[in-house]
Design a protein around this ligand. Structure first.
Ligand code: NAD
Length: 527
């Protein structure tokens, strides 16, 4: 649905209202698309897609780069809108949304042709028989993107760019909490000259998302909670629609005794509190070696005390408000549960001085254990619970003691040790001396294991989710029948037995004694 259509529709259909969570003010309105609107949007997108698929990569890339130019030129207003719809600081809207989106636009506009270049496959001895195999990557058709509110620009925009570069049309259903940013994405692509109907934005709530699945798109890229992800997968299964699920996390950070304590403490504070802790890859559990725990915790508390919380649009603000009431309530419940079970609040632990906006103070907890909700369920808020460990084995066991597996981090000066331990952690991405940020690297795959979902976005693996690999097999010796075609006499059985013992070893040398029989069968009798 183009922006104009949406504006026209808002008069006749019911609306969703977008509020600033820090002030409660209305930011704007968007239509609540009906199932019929969604079906229509998918129909239009499907009609527009074949022409787009016939564009060269270079021409598709030109459109993306024009959209990039507009986003770059308008970054300050867009960052302000992101801040107003989510409560996050404008600086964070720039660093965690606009910068990675611009980077992804640049990367995929230039690299997609190479990443999706047809691939020749080595087929061993079949190659000597005049055969060749190639994989070509064809667009899927219409990609349905269903996205959450925490990164309302970067999450859907990156996927839009990848899907378009792969030759698909897109229907995007953004979160009901952040519809205006999604409309901006649509508007930017329209002004960049994207042919009509290739990017449809259907604003609405969960029922609109469900309607998008029912409208039978060719793939669903879903980012959101585990509970909704399961519903989406079940609904898509009715039509065998493939799904990528980017779900929640409870990401662990392990600080080994040889870590740079100062930097690890700063990393923990940013990793736990950036975006008010509302990132799927936020540091949600910290495990520190007991020998350095007192110093590390002291540094974490000092860094936390220095943070400035306030309106995202204010000056030099580090932490804004939470994005919605439901999330604020989950955070409050988790911290209360932990306190009741004996956790110690070292700093924060409540809503702070501003009772009107949806603020929650950056909070550091100790005396926590895995019986507490705060160490098991996704909190998705500015809370950093810290536990100690004695041995590497214990740290790995604690990190893996979770139903989630999105990202994890290990902090150590010994890089070889970090790499070795990384491979023992059950997570889609493990960072050594880093947290959270690899979603911002366009070249690297993003996605989880266990309840954090399946499939990938970003990088070549992400791009491959948006195409159909097609195997094309050619036999240049079109005049010859195959060895294994009919004519199953005793000689054939003998040759097939020989093939079983020799040809299947892959060795030309071992197959060569069979050559006279093979040639007789190819050119002569087929007994
Ligand atoms: P959510 O699951 O409530 O909603 C996500 C989207 O699904 C929204 O657009 C919503 O309208 C839509 N939806 C709701 N019901 C639906 C249904 N039945 N069918 C189809 N669509 C439906 O999630 P949220 O609260 O918006 O986002 C927070 C969650 O997202 C957290 O769990 C977070 O960890 C996760 N997340 C994951 C990643 C990742 O890359 N793994 C990134 C960002 C956020």
């Amino acid at each position: 649905m183009s922006t104009q259509t949406l504006t026209a529709q808002s008069r006749k259909a019911s609306e969703i209202i977008s509020y600033d969570p820090a002030t409660g003010e209305e930011v704007g309105r968007a239509p609540l698309a009906s199932p019929e609107d969604v079906k229509e949007a998918v129909r239009r997108a499907r009609a527009a897609q074949p022409a787009w698929a016939s564009f060269s990569f270079r021409d598709r890339g030109r459109v993306i780069l024009r959209a990039r130019k507009l986003l770059l030129a308008e970054r300050d207003e867009i960052a302000r809108l992101v801040s107003r719809e989510t409560g996050k600081p404008v600086a964070e809207a720039l660093s965690m949304e606009i910068v990675p989106t611009l980077d992804a636009m640049h990367y995929f506009a230039h690299a997609s042709e190479n990443l999706l270049r047809p691939q020749k496959i080595d087929i061993g001895q079949y190659g000597l028989m005049g055969r060749s195999s190639t994989i070509v990557f064809r667009p899927l058709g219409v990609i349905g993107i269903i996205s959450p509110w925490n990164f309302p620009l970067a999450t859907p925009a990156d996927e839009v760019v990848m899907a378009l570069m792969a030759g698909n049309a897109v229907v995007l259903k953004p979160s009901e909490l952040t519809p205006l940013i999604a409309l901006q994405i649509g508007d930017i692509f329209r002004r960049a000259g994207l042919p009509a109907d290739l990017l449809e934005i259907v604003t609405g709530d969960g029922s609109t998302g469900a309607a998008l699945i029912d409208a039978r798109v060719d793939k669903i890229m879903f980012t959101g909670s585990v509970a909704t992800g399961k519903r989406v997968a079940a609904a898509a299964a009715k039509f065998l629609t493939p799904v990528v699920l980017e779900l929640g996390g409870k990401d662990p950070m392990i600080v080994l005794e040889d870590a740079d304590i100062e930097n690890a403490a700063r990393g923990a504070v940013w990793g736990a509190f950036a975006n008010a802790g509302q990132a799927c890859a936020s540091v949600e559990r910290c495990y520190v070696h007991e020998s350095i725990a007192p110093k590390f915790i002291e540094r974490v508390v000092a860094e936390t005390r220095a943070l400035k919380q306030g309106l995202g649009t204010g000056d030099a603000v580090d932490i804004g408000s939470m994005s919605n009431e439901r999330q604020l309530q989950i955070v409050t419940d988790h911290v209360n549960d932990a306190e009741q079970r004996g956790a110690k609040v070292l700093i924060g632990g409540g809503r702070g001085a501003n009772p009107d906006g949806l603020f929650y103070q950056p909070t550091v907890l100790t005396n926590v254990d895995h019986e507490m909700t705060i160490m098991r369920d996704e909190t998705f808020g500015p809370v950093l619970p810290v536990m100690t460990f004695k041995t590497e084995e214990e740290a790995i066991r604690l990190a893996n003691d979770s139903v989630y597996g999105l990202t994890a981090s290990i902090w150590t000066r010994n890089i070889a040790r970090g790499r070795r331990l990384a491979e023992r952690i059950e997570a889609g991405t493990v960072m050594v001396n880093e947290v959270v940020y690899t979603h911002g690297i366009a070249q690297t795959p993003w996605g989880g294991v266990k309840d954090s979902g399946y499939g990938r976005t970003h990088g070549r693996m992400g791009l491959l989710e948006l195409v159909q690999p097609q195997h094309i097999h050619v036999n240049r010796l079109s005049f010859l029948p195959d060895l294994w075609w009919f004519g199953y006499g005793p000689k054939a059985a003998k040759l097939f037995g020989g093939l079983a013992s020799h040809f299947t070893t892959g060795s030309i040398l071992r197959t060569s004694p069979l050559l006279p029989q093979m040639i007789r069968r190819l050119f002569g009798s087929r007994e």
